[in-house]
Design a protein around this ligand. Structure first.
Ligand SMILES: Cc1cc2nc3c(=O)[nH]c(=O)nc-3n(C[C@H](O)[C@H](O)[C@H](O)COP(=O)(O)O)c2cc1C
Length: 465
């Protein structure tokens, strides 16, 4: 039995089951919960073989069916990369013109149909990592400008100095690729897409003054920096008109905690600019690779749980059309209900808690729990990556069955013994990764704990930069 965060004063969760209406597509969402994007990292990475590179498999199908059966109104996939040379990580799923095939269409179509069967809207998150492409994937990535990450290149972790995209390349390498992937997902039955405009990835690189030094129509004023979103959105709508009911949303930082980063005021300006183009929803998290803040910075946000609420507080009133989801830190029903009642957000995004309980929305809405499971790793993002991706794979190894339930096979990280055993295996893998790195080799693996012998490993050589 999973141990839960203690809640002293229970509150009525009914408001969380309110339906939402997406303003442009007019799609109705069955409740206020959004399963936020969580990179799965278990697709094959094989750049020389387009047939299998970034191809999802049944593990993905099963996990998305389970999240939908688990009650979330919207289920967003982990970032699907629209360019095989600009991955967030090996192990990402990918959609690109040169990777297109009937098999790829079939498996994405299976993900869509299985997820839709249980009533959630299934939304593919589309991303391009830009300068945050790891050097093992591409030591010379593109970005909005040639500003390198201020991160030490150590072991397998390392990023090359990016090349600035020309104006023409913004069209061919960015806009056209997002449009191709959106059309692909529309054709195979997805309900919509979410543009990944947060966490310092390519779109965010255009938005932020830190990374955008351009002098063309995509640089300078916040209006110009936001133009990339407007152009991608309009190009998608040309291919997939509003009348189709296809949803287009975005994940947008509410603030970046870095010098010259996106300030909260600029995020407000940008949100205002893109709100009237027709986006159905805007999800607000915060942070970049250089300073990931999936943690609390101030006492006030600790009380309200969600890390970015005080920044979202300013953005929300500026957004008149799109449905707003705040993601990051929500763990108890009282805090979720309070945020809705205060009009700080329309919906609740869930990340880490929803890999222990795929059905957390169902449990909350049906009064079975008032909180998420206890989380053992505090603010450690790497541990979250290891633990959550393993839990996702564990869930994905078996098909959905109502008898077994959606959480079947997921390790219980609130059980001391399980946690100890798991951490031991994790330490062994981390040690192996470090040892390989010393030999100039790169290894990425889902932690092989309670995985029924199946392993998901990407390997390669670390290039010089
Ligand atoms: C394992 C893991 C994978 C993630 N992958 C993505 C991703 O692919 N795209 C994205 O926009 N955010 C990603 N995130 C961020 C989450 O969507 C979410 O914003 C963050 O975990 C904060 O929410 P939480 O406090 O509910 O976990 C990831 C987070 C974790 C822990």
């Amino acid at each position: 039995m999973v141990k839960r965060i203690l809640v002293q004063d229970h509150v009525d969760p009914t408001i969380l089951s309110d339906k939402l209406v997406f303003p442009t597509s007019k799609r109705i969402v069955r409740n206020r919960f959004l399963k936020s994007a969580l990179t799965e990292l278990c697709a094959p990475w094989n750049p020389s073989n387009p047939d299998i590179n970034g191809l999802p498999h049944d593990v993905h199908v099963n996990m998305y069916e389970k999240w939908s059966a688990g009650g979330a109104g919207v289920v967003v996939t982990g970032n699907i990369m629209v360019d095989q040379n600009h991955l967030e990580s090996p192990g990402n799923t990918m959609i690109a013109k040169e990777l297109d095939s009937p098999i790829r269409r079939e498996i994405f179509s299976k993900i869509a149909s299985k997820a839709k069967k249980h009533g959630a809207l299934i939304i593919g998150q589309l991303g391009n990592a830009g300068r945050q492409t790891q050097r093992v994937v591409n030591p010379h990535p593109y970005s909005s400008s040639d500003v390198p990450l201020k991160i030490k290149n150590v072991g397998i972790r390392g990023f090359g100095t990016p090349k600035a995209l020309t104006s023409e390349q913004v069209q061919t390498e960015i806009i056209d690729e997002f449009v191709f992937a959106a059309k692909f997902l529309f054709d195979v039955g997805f309900d919509g897409v979410q543009l990944h405009g947060a966490h310092g990835y390519m779109i965010a690189q255009f938005l932020s003054r830190t990374t955008n030094k351009r002098t063309d129509k995509y640089g300078g004023s916040s209006k110009n920096r936001a133009r990339i979103i407007v152009d991608i959105y309009n190009a998608i709508r040309k291919e997939i008109p509003v009348e189709t009911g296809f949803v287009v949303g975005i994940k947008l930082n509410s603030v970046e905690f870095q010098e010259e980063g996106l300030t909260n005021n600029e995020a407000v300006e940008i949100a205002q600019k893109i709100d009237n183009i027709g986006l159905d929803f805007i999800e607000l998290p915060g942070g970049t690779y250089e300073d990931f803040k999936f943690k609390h910075r101030r006492e006030t946000t600790v009380k309200r749980e969600a890390f970015f609420l005080e920044f979202a507080d300013k953005i929300k009133p500026a957004i008149k059309n799109a449905i707003v989801y705040v993601t990051g830190g929500f763990r108890t029903v009282p805090a979720m209900v309070q945020a809705i009642k205060e009009n700080a957000t329309d919906g609740i995004g869930l990340g880490r808690p929803i890999t222990q309980d795929f059905d957390l929305p169902y449990q909350i809405i049906n009064g079975l729990t008032q909180s998420a499971a206890e989380w053992p790793f505090a603010d450690d993002y790497n541990s979250a990556l290891f633990a959550c991706t393993l839990q996702m794979c564990q869930a994905g190894l078996t098909e959905y069955s109502p008898e077994k339930g959606v959480n079947y096979g997921i390790m219980d990280l609130t059980d001391k013994r399980t946690l100890m055993e798991y951490q031991q295996v994790q330490n062994e893998i981390v040690h192996l990764i470090a040892k390989k790195a010393e030999e100039g080799k790169f290894l990425l693996s889902i932690i092989p704990y309670q995985l029924n012998q199946k392993q998901f490993i990407c390997e390669g050589t670390i290039p010089e930069i």
